[in-house]
Design a protein around this ligand. Sequence first.
Ligand code: FES
Length: 482
Amino acid sequence: MRIEEHPILKFKREKEIYFYYNGKKLKAYEGETIASALYANGVKVFSRSKKGRARGFFCGIGKCSSCLMKVDGIPNIRTCITPVREGMIVEDNDKEISNLGYENGKVKKISCEIAVVGAGPAGMSSAIEVSNYVDVLLIDENPHVGGQLIKQTHKFFGSKEEGAGTRGIEIANELRKEIEERRIRLLRNTSVIGYYDRGYKFLSAVNKLDKILYEIEAKRIIFATGAQENMLLFEGNDLPGVYGAGGVQTLMNVYGVRPGKKGVIVGAGNVGLILAYQVLQAGVGVACIIEAMDKIGGYFVHAAKVRRCGVPIYTRHSIKEAYGREEVEGVIIAELNDKWEFIEGSEKKIDCDFVCIAVGLTPSSRILSQTGAEIRFINEAGGWVALHNEYMETTKEGIYVAGDLSNIEEASTAIIEGKIAGLACANSIRKIDDFEEKFKKYSSQLRIFREGYFGERARKAKEKIISGYYEKMGKRRVSGVE
Ligand code: FES
């Protein structure tokens, strides 16, 4: 299952180690997650539902709980974001939540001026900006920083400053190096699980494997927790082998493991089209791409590339069923009528062993919602988002947001929003001399990204979010949306 040859990526495997899966000794490499090591060993079923249905992995980024297993005696570990270690004991999850294994856990208290939650493009750029002025702590639940950028092998559009013409993985690398060079404090493998207002801002966070509970006191917090994949309703959507697009990218592009032999991609937006090409680059087949809309949603250039490779794209089609005993063995797709119903008799049976769902993202606002910041459902933003002003501050003083959490967009806009949030947040603690100048520069970069036809949805979303903020706060708005 491991990818040995790739046109773009080189997989440098680290030290060979061994771990135990349900008593069986398996090989892995240091630095990879438990889930990717299991996949590389051909294990796709990670646990079972109460009714005994097989469960695999879906999102690959710690957002869906589909990959929970018992690790070194601790139940409910998200194996997709937990690094495998020498001698680790990995078992099917307990059906009941029993002993959490924290009897000998440590509590560590940390204080900082600004805490940034999430080390994707928005969080990293926030932390870098903040570090120019005040003390910052960056927290992420993944073993690697970089968020979704670390799996993006395609080159970005836009302005040079935000990495146009550069691959996402290279942008992530640059940001990571800067975090290291600036010696920004970083907690990895650490999930923020609670926010409390104790007269000061307080976060509790946990590193499950090392059994550490962090109590973090901060003057201000920037949330940059990104987004999660949307799911589709169809029969068999819980079978191992049904993945979110990002899950497949993680397996292939981060850990160099093939998701299967041949897949079907659901969704012909940019993510679905780019993913199809990446699957082919990994030496894996793509049976077809299906799209419920009349037209392909992504850029022509991406669609042309996959078509040239012989991948058919069926518009006005959706998935009716994924079938298989313990994992995906094939799917049934069918055409849709004007009422979005399947047309009887149009079904096609497609041979495949995995399905990638690429039907959009939803902002991950669960932890943010604990702060009491006003959250509204805004369709154009992709779901529930916090109202915020031009400086990315929410209706809760001292709580800022940036990136996909505040509206589903590109990594480039997430980076700029991160800078704005970082700048404004730091300025609220210590006045920055050239604040206005920098703010104007970042805002105009954002405006350029959101120009034209493809920026229309983002402009509408931000207009609703910012005008909603002023309405809620009963304040007069002085500027338009940048
Ligand atoms: S949380 Fe691990 S696959 Fe989603």
